[in-house]
Structure formats: C-alpha cells, structure tokens
Design a protein around this ligand. Structure first.
Ligand code: CP3
Length: 337
C-alpha cells in the first residue's frame, strides 16, 4: 500500500504517513557533501543524477513515506529569463528584479526545466512502490514576490505595492507565472510525480481582498488546469500563514489536500473543512529542533487533533538546517511507535 496516496484519496491511515518539508537539505551531512562536490545549489539541482540522489537520501536514512523532488520554486523565474544565484547567507538572488525591469524584456529558456523532469523520472524509477513522489512548485503569488523584489524581502512589500499601484501589470505577471507553472508541473507528472504540492510561503502577508485575487484565484485556475491534464493526480495547497482564511482557500481553490502551518490551530481547520479533506502538517520545526519533551508534546497534540482524519504528518514549515539528526530519528519513533 502507498500510505500517502491512500490518505490523499480521502482515507485515514494509522499511523499516518509522514515526511518533512525541506527533508532533502542542509541538516544532512550527505547532502552537504554532495553539494560541496557540485559547487552550488543550482549545479546540484540541474544534475539529475545528483538531484535524484539527494531526493533519495532522506528516504534511505529515515524511511519517510514521501520523497520530494529535489528542485526549487525559483526554477520557474529562472526559466522565465531571470538570472538565479544563491549567495551564501544572503538567500536567493533573481536579476533583474521586476520592480525595475519589464517581464517582456526577459529571454525565456524553457530547456531549464528538462533536468528537473529527468530527476522525477529517475527518482520514481528508484523509489519503492509504497513511497510516493511529490513534485512541487511555488504558487504564483509567492513566486511573484521573489521576481519583483529580486530575492527574499521583508513583508513582500515590493510585490504588494505593485499589486496596489499597477494591478494590471501585477495581474499580467501572475498570469504568466501561472501558465509557466502549469508547464513545469505537467512535466513533473509526465516524469513520474504522483502528487503535486503548491508552496504559497508568503500567502499570509496579504490583506483579505488581495488574498482572494492573488492567492485564491490563480491557485484555483492552476488546480483546474492540472486536473484537466492529469486527472487523478492530487494537488496539495500550502497557503502558509492564511490562518482563518485557510478553509475558504481549500473550498474555493479545490485543492485535494490542505497543508497547515504550525501557527494555525488544527482543531479550527478540522472543524471548518469537510471530514473527507486530507490535511498535512503541522509539527513546529522548532519543537523538532528543541527535541525532548517539546517534540513529544507537539507530535502527540497533532496526532490527537487528527484522529480519524485523513492526515499526512509533516512539519508546519521546513526543517531548520541546524536540527540534530537524532531529533529526526526520535520523530520517526514517535510517529511510528
Ligand atoms: O526537501 C526539499 O523540500 C527539497 C526541495 C525544495 C527546496 N526548496 C530545495 C532547496 C523545496 C520544496 C523548496 C521550496 C522553496 N524554495 C520555498 C517554499 C518553501 C518554504 O520554505 O517556504 C521557497 C520560498 C524557496 C526559495 C528558496 N530556495 C530559499 C529561500 C532558499 C534558501 C536560500 C539560502 O541560502 O538559505 C532556497 C535554496 C534551497 N532550495 C536550498 C534547498 C535545499 C538550500 C540550498 C543550499 O544552500 O544548499
């Protein structure tokens, strides 16, 4: 049985399948070693043999139920023609930033998706049948915040200001990202991804009406188009920070499952969404980093809130890079018993 796909079909599994956001990454010594050999994150992500290896590392070490394709949400802006780099300690850089340049002047390069699709093919071939392969992309709004600012930004202010000052221009950008993301995700499914996750990491920074227009509407369009092309492939939505707006997000976008961050009360989500809607989340990554009693309590609380509900256990956000491996091993014991 593939436990994660069973849950995504609407059936509860006990103990729940589980994995961790950012499970392939810098807290793992074997990841750091391979990245050092390749020289950079982008060199690693565009070498499909290396990226497949990194996808598999946490599965081999911890036996998680889900492997997440090793890539990044910023591959889409890169394929749309922005330069992409990661400066150590500074986060991602996209150039030119669209607050200063026009989308129409970028030179798209769709061949940049090819190694990622190849990674999906290799990872699916290597994974056992009881493990699921999740593909992913950023949601149009979150990707737009990076494209407009040229990298990460405080409060995503540049993108939010563009959305108010020139909504037609921001809408054109969101539409272009949505079309590109459809193409990127379709290739991941064709490569072998069993399900797709949309990361809307900065959904929580938007005012209510803006959330409807820039998060809900483009996500609903994407989910609809993905369903038409790939019926039967579940789409998980992660509107991080949406809080009380999460139930309406799930209803209006039609996502197959809702991912919940650690600051949102699971009991509120359970009470305000249909019983059949699968949920994913939401152990605090810092409870995992702290370990011990904090971790034990966080896991017990999530399990209790999710009793009987189709649930994929996960963190509420990505694992912190300085989390001890022993705490992840403890998490495996706590979930599997
Ligand atoms: O295990 C996995 O989840 C691997 C696949 C994955 C990566 N990024 C690899 C990666 C996924 C699902 C992502 C998602 C992602 N990327 C998001 C959404 C999720 C979230 O955390 O909110 C966002 C906002 C990004 C953009 C991005 N890419 C950032 C902010 C960074 C960190 C930059 C830095 O220097 O700290 C990246 C780089 C990145 N993507 C790394 C990994 C493992 C670290 C690169 C490295 O230094 O090795």
């Amino acid at each position: 049985m593939n436990a994660a796909l069973t849950v995504l079909s609407g059936q509860a599994v006990d103990p729940p399948p589980f994995w961790m956001m950012r499970q392939a990454g810098r807290y793992l010594p074997e990841y750091l070693q391979l990245r050092a050999e390749k020289g950079s994150f982008l060199a690693l992500a565009t070498d499909s043999d290396a990226a497949c290896e990194v996808t598999m590392q946490p599965i081999r070490r911890f036996g998680f139920d889900v492997a997440i394709l090793f890539s990044d949400i910023l591959i889409v802006p890169w394929a749309m023609g922005q330069d992409l780099g990661f400066a150590e300690g500074e986060g991602p850089r996209l150039a030119p930033p669209l607050k200063a340049a026009r989308l129409e002047d970028l030179q798209p390069e769709r061949s940049r998706y090819l190694p990622v699709w190849e990674t999906a093919r290799k990872a699916r071939a290597e994974l056992a049948a009881d493990k699921a392969l999740f593909g992913f992309a950023g949601s149009p709004y979150t990707v737009a915040t990076y494209m407009v600012a040229g990298g990460g930004s405080k409060d995503q202010a540049d993108a939010r200001l563009m959305a108010y000052a020139d909504p037609a221009r921001f809408q054109a950008l969101i539409d272009a990202i949505a079309r590109e993301t459809l193409h990127y995700l379709s290739g991941q499914v064709d490569g072998g991804a069993d399900a797709l996750m949309l990361f809307d990491s900065w959904a929580g920074s938007l005012a209510v009406q803006e959330f409807e227009r820039w998060v809900v509407a483009p996500t609903a369009w994407l989910v609809d188009e993905l369903r038409k092309r790939h019926p039967g492939v579940p789409v998980l939505g992660f509107p991080r920070g949406a809080g009380e707006k999460a139930p309406a997000y799930a209803r209006e976008t039609g996502v197959s499952a809702l991912c919940v961050d650690e600051a949102t009360d699971l009991r509120f989500v359970v009470a305000n969404t249909p019983d059949s809607l699968p949920l994913q989340g939401n152990v605090d990554p810092l409870a995992l980093k702290a370990g011990g009693e904090a971790l034990r309590r966080a896991v017990a609380d999530v399990r209790e809130a999710m009793r009987g509900r189709p649930h994929i256990l996960n963190l509420g956000h990505g694992i912190d890079r300085f989390t001890p491996i022993a705490h992840v091993e403890e998490l495996v014991r706590l979930v599997r018993g």
